[in-house]
Design a protein around this ligand. Structure first.
Ligand SMILES: *Cc1c(COP(=O)(O)O)cnc(C)c1O
Length: 360
């Protein structure tokens, strides 16, 4: 077996121990004589799997009693509709548009009511997070929406926006569990699993219990009501059972690694190594303003398309894969999620140094 360093933005690298453990249990889960993929979601074994996953997540994030944790399907993109359908009581919501994912969420919200773009960083290809200390928050806004870490552009909110008392909703897909998070600052957090916590097909929703309502917008499908999911402990229908099982293993791995403080330290150390190199390099430049840099997704360019292509090709051959940047930014992007070891970033930086020296 020969594993590469996988810098993909998502689906992305998972901890090797988690994969190994899942492989060991694939044919026979702990003496059941069958695997988790073949198991009833109503079995006592699965009740334990989903119960543990939920509890471990609560422990990791310190999620208070006033919040509910849901495991749902449909990808993060489905939450772009579920959020307004469940929360737009006044049919007004404010969106801060800092990239493609926030833009998509904003467009989706317009289907359901008045969505206002109260700030944007599109003027500079989303390369920064706008000042959100005093925005024109709508008086009757049901919530203020952000995408907290912008996977494509490599930006992250240095601090949360001043929502002037309105509920904050955050898409944390590409930063979920990368650092400690004060859940009490949010009304709702959601995250698609395939960036930082597991396989595609699971979305975690953390919602303040008083926001779980019966009186959602008309025509909200049963499956998209948070109340349905909450009343049924995420088991209204067949959940993405195998995905939840893997997420659960990742949560246990995170606990073993020392929790979110330790992950933050580890992630900052990895990101610093790469950013310090980019800041010193004559050939490679980061594309994001310094105060807005993500520690999860790091886009960079050489300023020469042919050189970018050569770099990506040679890096791939050297076992550093999925470094091609998003088409709207060009160049390269290294996603260095929780499961990317420090050694992976070291190998990348070493390769970049050598590439720069050889292509002066
Ligand atoms: C990947 C991503 C999405 C979309 O996720 P899907 O599960 O494919 O719908 C949404 N938001 C962010 C921040 C992402 O990184």
């Amino acid at each position: 077996m020969s594993r590469v360093y996988n810098f993909a933005a998502g689906p992305a690298v998972l901890p090797e121990e988690v994969l190994q453990e899942a492989a060991d249990e694939m044919l026979d889960y702990r003496g059941c004589g069958l695997g988790v993929m073949e198991m009833s979601h109503r079995s006592s074994e699965f009740a334990q799997i989903i119960g543990d996953a939920k509890q471990d997540l609560i422990d990791l994030m310190g999620i208070p009693e006033e919040y509910e944790v849901l495991f749902v399907q449909g990808g993060a993109s489905q939450q772009f509709a579920a959020v307004p359908m469940n929360l737009m009581q006044n049919k007004v919501a404010d969106y801060i548009v800092t990239g493609q994912w926030a833009k998509k969420a904003f467009s989706e919200a317009k289907i359901f009511g008045e969505a206002n773009k109260i700030a944007s960083s599109e003027d500079k290809t989303f390369s920064y997070i706008p000042d959100c200390s005093d925005l024109p928050v709508s008086e009757n806004a049901d919530y203020v929406y952000i995408c907290e870490n912008n996977t494509i552009y490599g930006t992250k909110y240095p601090q949360l926006p001043n929502t002037k008392g309105k509920i904050l909703v955050a898409d944390q897909s590409s930063m979920f569990l990368s650092e400690p998070c004060d859940v009490t600052k949010y009304g709702l957090i959601f995250a698609g699993a395939q960036k930082n916590i597991g396989p595609a097909g699971v979305v975690v929703v953390i919602i303040r219990k008083d926001l779980i309502r019966e009186d959602v917008l008309p025509f909200t499908p049963t499956m998209l009501k948070y109340k349905t999911q909450a009343d049924n402990d995420s088991l209204y229908n067949t959940p993405p059972a195998y995905g939840i099982y893997i997420c659960g293993k990742v949560f246990k791995w995170l606990k073993k690694m020392g929790g979110l403080e330790a992950m933050k330290e580890r992630n900052e150390k990895k990101a610093k190594l790469l950013y310090d190199f980019l800041d010193a390099s004559q050939m490679f430049q980061g594309t994001v303003e310094k105060g807005s840099r993500s520690i999860m997704n790091v886009p960079f360019v050489t300023g020469d398309d042919d050189l970018n292509a050569k770099f990506i090709k040679e890096a791939t051959a050297a076992g550093l894969v999925q470094l091609k940047g998003h088409r709207t930014v060009g160049g390269m992007r290294a996603s260095i999620y929780n499961a990317m070891p420090y050694e992976g970033v070291e190998a990348l930086v070493k390769f970049m140094e050598e590439f720069e020296a050889a292509n002066k």
